[in-house]
Design a binder for this molecule. Sequence first.
Ligand SMILES: Cc1cc2nc3c(=O)[nH]c(=O)nc-3n(C[C@H](O)[C@H](O)[C@H](O)COP(=O)(O)OP(=O)(O)OC[C@H]3O[C@@H](n4cnc5c(N)ncnc54)[C@H](O)[C@@H]3O)c2cc1C
Length: 640
Amino acid sequence: MTTATQLRVEAPREGYHRGLISCQVACPVHTDARGYVRAIAEERFEEAYLIARGPNPFASICGRICGAPCEAACRRGKVPRVDDDGRFVATDRPISIRALKRFACDQAGPEARPTERVLEALRGHVPDVAADAEEMAALLRAGVAGKFKPASGQRVAVIGAGPAGLSAAHDLALMGFKPVVLETESVVAGMLAVGVPAYRLPREVIAREVAVIQALGVEIRCGVTVGKDVSLAELRRDFAAVIIAVGAKSSRALGLPGERGPRVYGGVDLLRAVAVGETMDIGREVVVIGGGNVAYDVARTVLRQIAYDTARTVARLPGTSGVCLVSLETLEEMPADTVEIVEGDEEGIHRLNGWGPVEIVRDTAGAVMGVTFRQCLRVYDDQRRFNPAFNDAARETVSCDTVLLAVGQAANTAFLSDGGADIEQMRPGWPKVDKETLATTAPGVFVAGDLAHGTRLLIDAVASGKTAARSVYRHLTGRTITMEATTAHLPLPLYRRERSYESIRRVPVRAAEPHDRLKHPDALVELGYDRAEATREASRCLDCGVTPVFDGTRCVLCGGCVDVCPTQCLKLVMLSGLVPGAELDAAIAGALGAGADRENNSAILKDEDRCIRCAQCAMRCPADAITMERVRFATQWRSS
Ligand SMILES: Cc1cc2nc3c(=O)[nH]c(=O)nc-3n(C[C@H](O)[C@H](O)[C@H](O)COP(=O)(O)OP(=O)(O)OC[C@H]3O[C@@H](n4cnc5c(N)ncnc54)[C@H](O)[C@@H]3O)c2cc1C
């Protein structure tokens, strides 16, 4: 029976400790972020890079621009900070994992001068790279050890050289296939090259990262449009399998009156034009409609073009040019990252929140004169569904001569008409795919990236490319690749943390001053960490792979561990104070035998969100009942 004072607890079960490494769990390719952050803290930069690169062929690019789901999950961001009187002040801030990844890649990745060891590891010649550099090394090691039977060189066509297509091709090459990537653009890397502005992602970083992928055996043919230069039917005839990874490149329209006509463009079309050096007729007063990161990329890119053109030609007259970003959402609801909003404000983007577009106003000659908006009363309904409501009486017209729409993207899969009749579509243009395998309804045809799951993050595209590659392997060889994670517990008798690591505040990532940012369209905004900053920030990591393990047979119930814990994460309770449940009962039976006396036995409870792995409990324990242990996961690849 449950009483009001009983506590509901979770008993550790299979995989429990792995689940605690929340950064790794949250990453779609399960990068051991904790591993490389700790390696940076200990100044093992080469190893840090190899850990980051292991499961992710786009590690360097991710270091610059990843949406970093790992940071959102980081447990340091959940630890309460208290004042001297023990009162809650705020929760701490997560580790700056992405910026640390950039640091590691800057030190030892292809953008640096990689050491021979790193080069050999990337070429796949060293089966014994750092023990933690899991996935890629493990795959190669498994090949050497004969556990993984490579494919026999079949040719696989990959349509689209974005992160999904290139990640698929990268893994296919490692598995023994001959992947050929067909790309319509003259540049590779998809939206990373023709969408993400150079002030966030230098093109040199893309070039170097892609060069490594090519060096591993991936052939990329640029300037080839499937549906024009070659048909899907021909690819299906000439290649053993096809992966479609064409992304969602078209800007979505709103269908507003006045939308069709000159000087109303899709935001991603503007970004592409700037990226490939094509000219576009943009005026001096620009309205960007949208409130997400893409809207900011568009607005900040236009701002840079205006500032640069002005600097090169004539002095800019006050009020003669500007960019106004108008979003449906309030400031708090805007989907754009806070850093984008703050930096956009600093650079002089005029922001209007809470307005929805009604009409694009044109004069009798068809020139854009402005956009009329109506007030948005709410964007989401009670079920958190997108369902905006408006106040039609409150209208405002923002004058401008150019409008850029950044309200989502759509896929262009017209090429399915020649060779894709057996590919069922979920809705027009979007193939129906099996969520697990990314297979379409047509044999030998797979989908990856934005086209498979809708527009998401770069790292999601990488993950789905890798999944598609494994499905191709299974389809063509009849064998399945399995990745077995083996867990080992390593006692750490000498485990000690950095001095005062728990009170170090998040080290801000340096950024260029706003006036310097606009001097050149490609001037890098984020400057990154130097060595001292990186090691300091990395030393904040709670190292969730380490955990105190309690030996109940030794515990003398003195409560010293509870008293010494600086975050009050431990609690000593009678078993009768816990809400019974199947898992808890099994855990108690495992420790004390069936029918254990719950009135006279105790348990130590641990609040995982509060534990900072400081080891104070282990040091204090007079009975050596607490050991700090590293939980380590090794990956074994097998094909069967
Ligand atoms: C402006 C912008 C900024 C972004 N910023 C970030 C960010 O900071 N962080 C983040 O994590 N994510 C970001 N994203 C999301 C990320 O870029 C995408 O999720 C990712 O690029 C999707 O990868 P993909 O390979 O599926 O598609 P894409 O990157 O779109 O690549 C598809 C490729 O296929 C090619 N192609 C299309 N049709 C054909 C054809 N018929 N024949 C041959 N080739 C074809 C295209 O030219 C393109 O190169 C951003 C997206 C945009 C649009």
